[in-house]
Design a protein around this ligand. Structure first.
Ligand SMILES: NC(=O)c1ccc[n+]([C@@H]2O[C@H](COP(=O)([O-])OP(=O)(O)OC[C@H]3O[C@@H](n4cnc5c(N)ncnc54)[C@H](O)[C@@H]3O)[C@@H](O)[C@H]2O)c1
Length: 276
């Protein structure tokens, strides 16, 4: 038996975090695209990690439970890395809400039932959640605490109240942060911690779809005019994950970490500020 890491989303960011934290563990990799999970599993196994790939759909509770059950066959689940997701240019509103918002909420809930004492989790949110104007305290609380199966019935998440896929994505990512806050209380009862990382543009296949999609110029302008003057790399996200998931982060739980090269700062108080 080994300590087990559950990794959802076999993308660059998930792999970077798994490589940083998953040595000596059994890593169970779940992705809707079986070929993505297999590819990352192969790269990691050939680099000394012990991984197994599984096809799963993050928007289904049953599928999330099956992934966790697969992990439990190998030992106690001590780490959760959630890096599955779809971007505003990849999917329609309903899919963004079902995957990024509902799927994350279900995974955090199901993982809280099985996480071992001392366990740690991170879920990938986005700078997009920080850019959206503040919601009311009541709306924030609804996103944080509404029972998972009722989340998508909230007024604020009804399709007629959502402008476009970017708005849906922003709401999903805001919800991720709020959900992590509420879940951290339950994880704490188990002696476990959970946090979210809101990163900015990180070069991955998902980001490349954005660069080449209808908002391509918007994204290129964003990283050109942010203080860092460039997009980030998955390994820089792993630097933050390492802090949050190691003993150095023992006092950090229920928190969200913004790592965006200063793009959000520039959006509110610098050259990225919208002109109208
Ligand atoms: N790359 C960026 O610039 C950026 C910026 C902010 C936030 N994010 C977030 O980072 C996370 C990871 O994205 P990435 O850039 O590594 O993308 P990626 O496309 O490299 O990886 C995402 C993975 O999630 C998988 N996935 C999508 N829908 C799924 C589903 N229903 N069930 C299971 N797996 C599913 C995809 O198949 C893919 O392998 C996402 O939550 C994304 O919203 C990315």
């Amino acid at each position: 038996m080994k300590n087990v890491m559950i990794l959802t989303g076999a993308g660059q960011i998930g792999m970077a975090i798994a490589r940083r934290m998953g040595y000596g563990m059994k890593i169970v990799i779940g992705d809707k695209k079986s070929e993505n999970a297999q590819a990352i599993s192969k790269i990691m196994n050939e680099a000394g990690f012990d991984t197994v790939a599984m096809e799963m759909d993050f928007s289904s509770r049953e599928s999330i439970r099956a992934l966790i059950a697969q992990g439990q066959k190998h030992g106690p689940i001590t780490m959760l890395v959630n890096a599955a997701g779809v971007s505003p240019s990849q999917a329609p509103i309903e899919a963004i809400l079902k995957v990024d918002l509902y799927g994350t909420a279900v995974l955090l809930e199901e993982a809280s039932k099985v996480i071992a004492p001392g366990g740690v989790g991170v879920t990938i949110s986005s700078q997009s959640g920080h850019r959206m104007p503040a919601l009311t305290p009541k709306e924030d609380e609804q996103l944080a605490c509404t029972p998972t199966e009722e989340l998508l019935n909230l007024d604020i998440l009804k399709p007629e109240n959502i402008r476009d896929t970017l708005h849906a994505y922003q709401l999903a990512k805001r919800c991720n942060e709020k959900r992590v806050m509420a879940e951290s209380v339950k994880w704490g009862e188990k002696g476990a911690r959970v946090n979210s990382i809101s990163h900015g543009i990180i070069v991955t296949p998902l980001a490349l779809d954005e660069f080449n999609g209808p908002r391509g110029d918007f994204y290129k302008n964003m990283f050109a005019k942010c203080p860092a003057g460039r997009p980030g790399t998955a390994d820089e996200v792993a630097n933050v994950a390492e802090l949050l998931m190691s003993d150095k982060g023992a006092f950090i739980t229920g928190a969200d970490f913004l790592i965006d090269g200063g793009a959000t700062a520039s959006y509110f108080y610098g050259p990225l500020k919208p002109q109208n």
